[in-house]
Design a protein around this ligand. Sequence first.
Ligand code: AMP
Ligand code: GLY
Length: 410
Amino acid sequence: MTVLVVGSGGREHSLALAISHDPSVEAVHIAPGNPGTAAIGTNHPVDILDPDAVAALAVQIGANLVVVGPEAPLVAGVANAVRQAGIACFGPSAQASQLEGSKAFAKQIMAEAGVPTAGHRVCHDQAELVQAFDEFGAPYVVKHDGLAAGKGVLVTNDREAALAHGAGSDQVVVEEFLDGPEVSLFVITDGTRALPLQPAQDFKRVGDGDEGPNTGGMGAYTPLPWLAPGTVDQVMTEVVTPTLAKMRELGTPFAGLLYVGLAITKTGPKVIEFNARFGDPETEAVLPLLETPLGQVLYAAASGSLADIGPLEFSDQAAVCVVLAADGYPAAPRKGGRIALPADTDDVHVIQAGTALDSQGRLIANGGRVLVVVATGKDIAGAREACYTHIGTIDFPDGFCRSDIAAKAV
Ligand code: AMP
Ligand code: GLY
C-alpha cells in the first residue's frame, strides 16, 4: 500500500520509518516532512491545517492510508476530509479530537464515563480561580482550555504565578495535583476495539532533575520495569473501554491513537490528560521495539477491522531516546544552528524533528526540539549508554540535552 504521513516532527519521522519497514508498504509520502523523512519517502510541501489540501494530495498520490501525526490538523478536520475523499485515515475526527483539543471537554467525558482522574473546576474569572485554589490547595495545576503545544499547563506552588497564568485565558481548568510517576500509554483503536502499545515514560521539564519549564518532552524510555504488572490491563478496563464507549454514545466515536497520560498515585493510576495522537518523544522510543508491522495495524484501525489483528508484539529489548533541543528552548529557541550527524549504528539512529536545509543544502536547526537520538539495547542501562555515547559524536554546538533521561530507571 501507499501511505501518507502528515506532519513534520520527530514523531512523523519515526512513524514514517516504522511504516516503511512494513513489507506491505510500497511507498511512503510525508506532508510536509523534513530532511530526515526525505531519506525515507517523498516530501510534499502542503499546508497540513488545510483539510481539503491534504485530502487532495492523498487522492493525487493514490494513498491507501493517511496517518495524521500532530493534533492541530486533527482538530482542524483533516481526518474528516480524507475519509470524505474515500481514503482510510488513521486519526480521529475533528469532533473526537476534542478529547485533546479541549481540557474541559476531556474532563467532562471522564466524569461521565467514571474514569479515575484529578478533581477539577472549570474557571472563567478570578473569583472562580481563587475558590478552586482554596479547594484543592497547592501545588496549583492550571490549564488553558485549548491546544497550547505543551505550554498551556502550569504546575506551581506560587499562587500569584498560578493566578497570573489563569488570567491569561477565558476558560481554564484548575485541577487537584496528582502525586506519582507519570506513564504514557498509547492505545490504537478503531473506535470499538483497542490495542495498547508498551507503556513509556516521558521527561517533560527542560532541565535535569525535572527542573525548569514544561516542554513538549525531552526524552523517553520503555519498558517501565517499576510499573506494577497488570497496570496496562487495569487502564484498559478503567479508562480506555469506558471512554471509547462514551464517545460512541455521543455519536463521535474516537478512532485513531488515544494517548493516555497517567499519574501512578498511591490509590492507583489516574488520568492526567488525553491526547488524540502519538506522543512525542515517546513514539521514538516505543516504535523501534514494535515487531507487528505498523502499516497494517494502522490500516486495520482506520478501516474498522482491528479485530483481525492480534495483540501487538514487542521485542524484549529496551529503548531510550534523548532530545537535542536548540539553545533557548522552550522560550525562544535559536534557529539556524549547524548540525553534523555521524552515521547511524546498528543500535542507534537519529530522528530529525526541527531541522531544515540551508541554501547550500547543509543541515541546520529549525525548531525547538531539533533531533531525537534513539538507542536500543538489551536493557535500559545499555540503551542509555549507547544513546549518550552517540550524542557525544553529534556536532551541534547550539544545542543541548538533558543528561538524566532514564537515569533513575537504571
Ligand atoms: P498536560 O498538558 O495536561 O499533560 O500537562 C502537562 C504536564 O503537567 C503533565 O505531564 C504533568 O507533568 C503536569 N500535570 C498536569 N496535570 C497535573 C495534575 N493534575 N497533577 C500533577 N501534575 C500535572
Ligand atoms: N510527550 C508529550 C506529548 O506528546 O504530549
